[in-house]
Each structure stands twice: as structure tokens, then as C-alpha cells.
Design a protein around this ligand. Structure first.
Ligand SMILES: Cc1cc2nc3c(=O)[nH]c(=O)nc-3n(C[C@H](O)[C@H](O)[C@H](O)COP(=O)(O)OP(=O)(O)OC[C@H]3O[C@@H](n4cnc5c(N)ncnc54)[C@H](O)[C@@H]3O)c2cc1C
Length: 956
């Protein structure tokens, strides 16, 4: 054994740090492999005891006393020196000492006599003592809480900094970093540990070429900015390596930490919260030691984004963190990783995860310098993307991943639901900006649909050929539940908010597959209404039920889309000119069925539909004159089986595609003129109620229209912001030119106002669909607190508010998005006008796609007429009463004054006079409601930006 031990010691002495760790691990594996079951169980079951015993040793200064005394000490003398009269030590058995010796922390030289060993020395270090206190006192309870925490949360990933085992253990709502500051002793131990954490290990300055980075600096260029640098150890270490360098070395942190910073003449101290935009622009190095690993993805991206805005072209960002190998990670690394999860909902990232995160943050890894063997501590050197296009693309990815999501984190979802949906939305934000999806968008744009009207033999074929990109994007929407979420209703009355948050993220990457999605949603809502009704006939019920299930399916192989055919040559706004005729068919098409095996329907429909945007859909809801001559709504499948064929061949259900429309935008959408000749279908509801039926669809599609407008505009704004960060004009980036920033800020205010207004309407839609039962509304109101409770109306009131606000958001958001996207295009100069293939920054596409939003689903004037009709119609008094109640509860005195003025005008003017002012009435109402919502949002968390946005929205 001695020879073996000597050999191991020699080996260790002659190898480097990585080799030493390898030998230790090999020996450990050897030991474990020799253990009996008893040995393993005994070793592992009592592990907690070791930390507790060392903490006691630290309390009693046992390690310091033993380390300072060259000769072994007896229990008696130890007891006297500690002066704490520890009976435990005085007892004959000296139990604590004996335990510590048995696990190798100290050495027993004789009966009741102990001395130091190498581990004893370790715990004389204040930093490691701090570590023991930190892990025992602060983290220990959280580790204990971990198993139950995971079980209670169905073993979901821990993603929220305020929902970790630490909060459970300490019964707090505060994030770990804030909580620890409320406990000064724990905070002191933590800081002590941070200083010593890597004591004796190589440092980043051993591997990183800082001398090289200090060459060729301009005199005014700051050299080193140490973000969240704590007491300043790294800044000081660097300054001491470069004492003669004239350029600034700057330590940054929050005031509470900087109070304790070490003063050094070569290190300047600047207050900086890294969640705010970096105040030192153009430094050579922005350094962060063990910062990013403390935060989940969205926060990490926000921190990086705040630096990106300050980067000069030759700047680098250094992330000093562990880079865990993709497999075979060291135990010292994995245990830190778990603690990050338990206390901070964060992680030590693998190489793969770093690449993923940094790509989302818009940064490119230039090099990775690894300086410790076990932890794989590394400097990840990031450079601003070399090509503008790269920076450009990535900076808006940042926007999508974090900023957009602030809306659901705020006012419109209760915390429980935020918790359950946020990771899905963030993940999806990454998916929609992935190369794969953007390539589909490019493909769909490059290959607009084509119509093959005739086959080789001159037979009419009406084959509609769509691109692969279009079809893949449709499948993506289906799989992601873009429609299904609203009908699965797992989030109760908040399901619509969840659905539309995903929809908002998707829109800019959808090549407009969301156009058929909107109609599909409208059709599903209409069919569901009929399926819930007792008056639906037994023969039609299974037909509608089958169609409904397909419309809300998440399986691309089963999922259907629906068209909505109202517009004829005589008019889209006014459907009273409908010429399409539906008659009872002379004979059923007995040998032909729908593709789902259903009967085709008793009505034969013939006419001409001037606009059909979902020509590749599986069904349609259409208007036609029923036998009594009135406009009625019909359901009809798009295709039917061909009789007498054996290979399940299908053909269009009495439809000829006359031609595809040539359009300014929506180029991937197959919009066609359709001739209907004996199309077979079913009457929906009663004859003559067509407009009422189609209104159900329109109420849904108009909300879609609004979210689409905001999705496009949000994407355009993100691109515009990204460009401002990289475009240099006269030696300054656009982001530092006040006039440019002012225009962007105006856009941002508008955008946020309309986001609030639209998502409030989405919330109303959810309540009006799900909030009717007492049980569900009680459950929902129990979840709504604070700002959400303040703005949430009752079920009855929500329906009236929804009725009046739907046309308001439809038209205002469309107009604002079109104007806004034009401004976004202009903010890029000539580049903004280009129709390039890189879909991630093609604003021109978004602009032309947005232009239709003020036309279809009702033009601006048609919406204004609708609002006026609601206000002056039979339910007008109720609508005004509900609006007033809501505004009085949620708004302030200024909002009340504006309400009195606006409502006074509405009440005093006649219908015809008010129609003339329709647009203005509508705009003022939207502005007022959005203003109140912005105020509520600003009050919610006191966010300064939200407050300023609210102020500017109101006062301009
Ligand atoms: C790309 C695209 C795809 C489309 N897809 C579909 C589809 O899938 N299904 C479908 O049914 N339709 C579709 N449409 C048609 C669309 O819904 C209509 O174009 C729209 O409703 C306007 O109707 P219209 O074209 O008949 O214009 P009109 O109704 O003739 O409008 C002309 C002008 O008159 C004004 N106007 C009309 N009525 C009033 C009024 N009462 N008071 C004041 N002003 C008024 C309008 O504001 C407009 O400025 C699509 C249109 C486009 C451009």
C-alpha cells in the first residue's frame, strides 16, 4: 500500500493541474469501485453531517487553532483556547473532533489529541469559511427543499428567479440576490466566499492575452469595464499587471456593493446596474465574472444587450464563466450547476448552450480561453458581429426573446399562468427566428402559389401549387397550437392571451400562414357555438363536430384550415349584394363524400367569390342567398372524393379556381377568384341570419388582424433598433443621435399603447368565451390580483367592452402599424427599401404585408361606422355605462375628465352626425382606454420606462 501511495504522490507532483485532477478522480473511482453496499450507503447517507461539523469547527475556530499550533493539541487545551466552554469538546470522547478526524478534516495523533492536516489549513481561509457558512446557512435549506419542490412542480425546469427551492425554503418572494441582502450576516459570508471561491487556482489573467488587447488604444478609450465587479478584485489584479497603461480601468456595481469596494488609485468606480444600458461607451473590454451564469436566458440576454448598445467596433465582451463540456462534466462543475438551479433558476452552461445563448444575444464567439481543469472556468471572448447584417439580425432576436414577453409578464396573465406559459413562448420566439424557419419564409416568398388550370389532355385540373416553405410554416403553426391553445383552454379565460402572445411572436416569421389561421380560428369559434346549441340537428352535428376537431387539431396530418368567403364583385364591406345562390340539391351526391368521410350536404351552391385567401384550405364558411332569398351562412368542404376511383382521389367540391390575384403583399397567400358550380354544403343556423353568423367569425379574425399588425410592427421596430446600434453616421452610431432616437421613441410609445389596448381586448375575448360559468369566473378572479384585478371586468361587462373595442383595435392597429413600418423602413435608409432574401431584416416585406390589414376584415371607415352603430344602437346605453364603470375603476382623474368630454359628445350628437366623425370618435376611445392601461401597467411595478411611455402617450 505504501508503495502505491508513494507512486501516486510522485505522479501527482510531476503532472499539471488537469493531470492532478485526473489522478484524483481515478483514485476516487477506484475507491468507489471497491466499496460494499454498506460502505456506499454509510458514506452517502451522512454527507450532510460533514458540512455541519465543519461549520461547528469554523464557529469554534478549531481549524485556525490547530493550524497555528505546530504540535498536536489535546482536547483539554483546545477547549481552553476556544474559550467557549464547549462541553462537547471537553467530554471524554471529544465527539466532534473525533468525527472531524474520521472524515479527514483534522488528524488524530493520539487519544484525545489532534493536529492539523492539509484540509484543516483550507478551513482557516476566511473565504472558504464563508463558503461553509454560505452553503450550510443559506443554500443548505434550499437543497433540502429541492426534492419536494420538484415534485410539487411536476419536475419542470426551474426558470423563474422567484420560484426556486430557495424561496420555498426561506418562505420568501424575493429573488436570491435580493433576499440575501436582507440578511447581512449571510450576505457577508457570501461575499467572503466569492473572493476565495477560486483561490489558488489559475486565473483568467494566466491565459487571456490582455497585453495584446491593451495595444493601440486611443488615449480616451476606456480599457476595461468590470461589470458587477463586486469589491474590485479583478480590476485591481489587472491594473497591477498593467500599472503604466494610461487608459481607464473601471469597476462597476450597484451602490450597496460599491460601498465595500476596495479603493485603488488605478481603478475608477462607476455605479452601473447591468440591467440598464451601459453608461461607458466604446471601451476595449467589457468583462463579467460569474455574472451570466446567475441568470436564466431572458435576463442573460438583457444584460448582454445592454452592453451591445455601447460596443465600439473594436470592443470585446469577456464572459468569465464555466464552459461545461457537452459530456463528461466534472463533479465540481455539476454541483455548482445544481446550486445555480436551486437558488437562481440559472445554470452553468455547456459549450452548446453558450453558443445557443450568445447567438440569440447577437454576439459571435471569437475564442474560448479555458483556465481551470475541473471547473473549466473560461473566458468566452465575444466580438461585435463583424458584418452589419449579422448584428442586425441578432439584435432583433434579443428583442423577440425578451422585450416582447414583458407584456404577458405584466398585466394580462396571473403569475401562475405566466409561470406555466413563459418558457413555451420564449422557446417559440427562438424557433421563429431560427434559420430553418426563416428559410421557409424565404421559400414561401420566393415561390408564390401557382395555378395549373389545365392538364396535359386539356382537361380542367385547377391544381393549386403552394411552396414547401408555406406548407411547413402551416404545419409549424398547427403543431405549436396557434389555434388549438384557444380551444384546449388549459389556461381557462387566459387561454386567448397565451394563444395571441404566441401568435404575435409568430406573425413576422409566418409568411402569412396566419391569414388562413385567423379564418380557421373564426370558423372553429362559429362551429363550436353551433355544437353547443341544442337546436343543432342530429344529422348535421357529427359533420360539424368532425370539421371542428380538424380545425383545432395539433396534428398536421389531420389539421384543417378554413376559408371565409364573403366578398363578391358587388362588395366586401356590404354583403347585401351577395349574388351566390344556395338551393336544395335535386339529388345527393351519393358516391362522393368529404375527405373526412362525411356527407357533402344537401345544399347546392353556385356563384362567384371575388376574394378567397385560403384557397388551399379544407373547408369554407361562405355567404349565399338561401331559398327564401336572404343572405345565409353555409359550411362546405373544399374537396370531395371522386366516385369510382380506388386511390382515394379527390377533386374540388364544385369549385373552379378562376385565377390567382396579383397583390402588393401577402404574396405567399393563395388568394383567388372562385367560381362555384354545384358546391355541396350545409346551412349554418337559420336562413337569413348569414351576417349574424359571419359576425362571429369576424370578431375573431379582427382580433387576429390586430395582433398581426402588432407582430409585424414589433418586428420592424426590432430591426430598426438593431440597425441603430450598428450604423455609424459621422462617427456616431444612430443610437447616439438624439433626433433619430426621438423618432424611434415616438414609435415605441405608439407600439406599446396599442399592445396594451389589443391584449386587453384579447383578455376580454377570453373572458367572454370562458367566464360565463360561476365556477370558472370565481377561479379566474381568485387568480387575478393587483393590476389584473383592476382592469378585469365581469363576464357581462367584458362582452359589451369586447363588442365596442374589437373594431377599434382592428382599425387603429392596422393604420398605426402601416405608418409605423414605413417609419421603420425609413430608419434604415436605402437598405430599408430593399426586398432582400434575408427575411430576418426585410422590413419592406413587412410593410407591404401590413398594408392589407386596414382593408380586409373591414376598412377603417367600415370599422368606424360599426363603432358608431354600437354606441348609438340598442345596446349603446349599456356599452357607455360599462365603459364608464371600467374607466372610473381603472383610470385617474385626467382619464375621468376625458371620459366626460368624449361621452358627452357621443350622447349629444345624432347617429348621422356621429358617423361623419366616426374615425375621430374611434381614435379618441382607443387612446383613452390605452392611456388608462398604460397607467395601470406603469403603476404595476413602478418601471421608469413604462411610466414615461404612459406620460408621453397621454401628453404626446
Ligand atoms: C389580399 C386580400 C385578400 C382577401 N381575402 C378575402 C377572403 O378570403 N374572403 C373574403 O370574403 N374577402 C377577402 N378579401 C376582401 C376584403 O375583405 C374586401 O376587399 C374588404 O372587405 C373591402 O371590400 P371591397 O373590396 O368590396 O371594398 P368596398 O366595400 O367597395 O370599399 C371601397 C371604399 O368604400 C368604403 N366604404 C365601404 N362601405 C362604407 C361605409 N358603409 N361607410 C363608409 N365607407 C364605406 C371603404 O372604406 C373603402 O374605402 C380580401 C381582400 C384582399 C385585398
Amino acid at each position: 500500500m505504501d508503495a502505491f501511495s508513494t507512486q501516486a504522490k510522485v505522479l501527482i507532483k510531476t503532472t499539471d493541474e488537469a493531470g492532478r485532477k485526473k489522478i484524483l478522480d481515478t483514485l476516487r473511482d477506484l475507491c468507489y469501485s471497491l466499496e460494499s453496499a454498506q460502505d456506499s450507503a454509510q458514506r452517502i447517507m451522512y454527507l450532510q453531517l460533514q458540512v455541519a461539523a465543519v461549520r461547528i469547527g469554523c464557529d469554534l475556530k478549531l481549524f485556525n487553532i490547530l493550524a497555528e499550533t505546530p504540535t498536536p493539541l489535546t482536547v483539554d487545551s483546545l477547549s481552553k483556547t476556544t474559550g467557549a466552554a464547549p462541553t462537547l469538546l471537553e467530554s471524554r470522547v471529544a465527539r466532534i473532533l473525533r468525527y472531524l478526524a474520521s472524515v479527514g478534516m483534522i488528524k488524530e495523533t493520539d487519544k484525545d489529541t489532534f493536529t492539523k492536516n492539509n484540509i484543516t489549513e483550507t478551513f482557516t481561509n476566511p473565504g472558504f469559511q464563508g463558503g461553509i457558512y454560505h452553503y450550510h446557512d443559506s443554500i443548505g435549506p434550499a437543497i433540502t427543499a429541492l426534492p419536494d419542490f420538484l415534485k410539487e412542480n411536476n419536475y419542470q425546469d426551474i426558470t423563474s428567479v422567484v420560484h426556486t427551492p430557495l424561496q420555498k425554503a426561506w418562505n420568501t418572494d424575493l429573488p436570491a440576490f435580493i433576499w440575501v441582502q436582507t440578511k447581512p450576516e449571510n450576505f457577508a459570508h457570501f461575499n467572503q466566499f466569492m473572493v476565495a471561491q477560486r483561490l489558488g487556482m489559475p486565473t483568467w489573467l494566466d491565459v487571456y492575452p490582455y497585453q495584446h488587447r491593451a495595444e493601440n488604444l486611443k488615449p480616451e478609450q476606456p480599457f476595461f469595464v468590470d461589470l458587477g465587479g463586486g469589491l474590485g478584485h479583478q480590476s485591481i489584479a489587472l491594473r497591477e499587471k498593467l500599472p503604466d497603461l494610461p487608459n481607464r480601468i473601471i469597476l462597476q456595481d450597484i451602490p450597496a456593493t460599491l460601498e465595500h469596494a476596495i479603493n485603488h488609485p488605478g481603478v475608477e468606480i462607476v455605479v452601473q446596474d447591468f440591467f440598464q444600458t451601459q453608461v461607458i461607451a466604446g471601451a476595449k473590454i467589457y468583462y463579467m465574472r460569474n455574472i451570466i451564469h446567475d441568470y436564466p436566458e431572458d435576463k442573460a440576454i438583457l444584460i448582454l444587450k445592454n452592453i451591445i448598445a455601447a460596443l465600439a467596433t473594436d470592443s470585446v465582451i469577456l464572459i468569465d464563466d464555466m464552459v461545461i463540456p457537452n459530456s463528461g462534466a466534472h463533479w465540481q462543475a455539476t454541483q455548482i450547476d445544481l446550486v445555480m438551479m436551486i437558488s437562481l433558476a440559472s445554470l452553468e452552461r455547456t459549450k452548446e448552450q453558450w453558443h445557443e445563448l450568445l447567438e440569440k444575444a447577437g454576439l459571435k464567439i471569437n475564442n474560448i480561453y479555458t483556465y481551470t481543469a475541473s471547473l473549466q472556468d473560461s473566458i468566452i471572448e465575444l466580438v461585435p458581429p463583424s458584418a452589419k447584417a449579422y448584428a442586425f439580425r441578432d439584435a432583433f432576436i434579443v428583442f423577440d426573446a425578451s422585450e416582447k414577453n414583458t407584456f404577458y409578464k405584466g398585466t394580462y396573465l396571473p403569475p401562475q399562468i405566466q409561470q406555466s406559459v413563459s418558457s413555451d413562448i420564449s422557446r417559440f420566439a427562438g424557433v421563429v427566428l431560427s434559420k430553418r424557419v426563416l428559410d421557409w419564409v424565404a421559400d414561401a416568398e420566393r415561390h408564390p402559389p401557382v395555378l395549373k388550370s389545365w392538364d396535359t389532355f386539356g382537361e380542367r385540373s385547377d391544381d393549386l401549387v403552394t411552396s414547401e416553405g408555406w406548407r411547413k410554416l402551416q404545419d409549424l403553426g398547427v403543431q405549436e397550437g396557434i389555434i388549438a391553445i384557444a380551444y384546449e383552454v388549459n389556461e381557462g379565460q387566459y387561454s386567448r392571451v397565451y394563444q395571441f402572445l404566441k401568435y404575435h411572436v409568430f406573425s413576422g416569421s409566418s409568411a402569412y400562414v396566419i391569414c388562413p389561421s385567423a379564418m380557421t380560428d373564426g370558423a372553429a369559434s362559429l362551429l363550436l357555438g353551433h355544437l353547443k346549441s341544442n337546436s343543432l340537428s342530429a344529422s348535421v352535428r357529427p359533420i360539424l363536430d368532425s370539421a371542428f376537431k380538424c380545425l383545432i387539431s395539433r396534428d398536421p396530418a389531420k389539421a384543417w384550415t378554413s376559408g371565409q368567403w364573403m366578398t363578391e364583385r358587388k362588395g366586401g364591406s356590404d354583403v347585401s349584394g351577395t349574388e351566390t345562390i344556395a338551393v336544395m340539391a335535386d339529388s345527393p351526391l351519393k358516391n362522393s363524400r368529404g375527405v373526412d368521410g362525411s356527407d357533402l350536404g344537401p345544399y347546392s351552391i353556385s356563384g362567384f367569390k371575388w376574394f378567397s385567401s385560403a384557397t388551399d384550405s379544407n373547408m369554407s364558411i361562405l355567404l349565399a342567398r338561401s331559398p327564401n332569398g336572404n343572405v345565409s351562412a353555409f359550411y362546405a368542404p373544399m374537396r370531395r372524393t371522386v366516385p369510382w376511383t380506388t386511390d382515394a382521389q379527390t377533386e374540388l367540391n364544385g369549385i373552379h379556381i378562376q385565377r390567382l390575384k396579383s397583390k402588393l403583399g401577402t404574396r405567399a397567400v393563395p388568394t383567388a377568384e372562385l367560381e362555384l358550380k354545384d358546391m355541396r354544403g350545409y346551412l349554418l343556423g337559420t336562413e337569413g341570419q348569414g351576417i349574424r353568423e359571419i359576425a362571429v367569425m369576424l370578431n375573431i379574425t379582427r382580433v387576429h388582424n390586430s395582433v398581426t399588425a402588432l407582430g409585424f410592427w414589433g418586428r420592424g421596430l426590432a430591426i430598426s433598433k438593431a440597425f441603430a446600434r450598428v450604423r455609424n453616421i459621422g462617427g456616431k452610431r444612430l443610437v447616439h443621435i438624439p433626433a433619430h432616437v426621438m423618432t424611434m421613441a415616438e414609435q415605441e410609445v405608439e407600439y406599446r399603447g396599442y399592445m396594451q389596448l389589443t391584449f386587453f381586448t384579447v383578455l376580454l375575448l377570453g373572458i367572454s368565451e370562458q367566464g360565463s360559468s360561476n365556477a370558472s369566473s370565481e377561479r379566474a378572479s381568485a387568480m387575478a390580483h393587483g393590476s389584473l384585478a383592476k382592469i378585469t371586468p365581469s363576464f357581462e361587462d367584458a362582452r359589451l367592452l369586447l363588442r365596442v373595442l374589437t373594431p377599434v383595435i382592428k382599425s387603429l392597429t392596422a393604420k398605426a402599424a402601416i405608418a409605423g413600418l414605413s417609419e421603420c423602413m425609413e430608419s434604415l435608409g436605402g437598405v430599408g427599401y430593399l426586398e432582400n432574401d434575408e427575411m430576418q431584416f426585410n422590413i419592406a416585406r413587412l410593410f407591404r404585408d401590413a398594408s392589407v390589414l386596414s382593408i380586409w376584415e373591414g376598412t377603417t371607415d367600415v370599422m368606424a361606422m360599426d363603432v358608431v352603430k354600437v354606441l348609438k344602437g340598442h345596446s349603446g346605453v349599456d356599452v357607455l355605462r360599462v365603459l364608464e364603470t371600467w374607466l372610473m375603476a381603472a383610470g385617474d382623474a385626467a382619464a375621468h375628465r376625458e371620459w366626460v368630454r368624449w361621452a358627452g359628445k357621443v350622447k349629444s350628437e345624432g347617429l348621422e352626425e356621429l358617423k361623419v366623425q366616426g374615425r375621430q370618435i374611434m381614435r379618441e376611445l382607443g387612446k383613452l382606454v390605452a392611456g388608462v392601461l398604460l397607467q395601470v401597467d406603469a403603476e404595476r411595478d413602478g418601471d421608469e420606462v413604462a411610466k414615461e411611455v404612459s406620460r408621453r402617450w397621454i401628453f404626446g
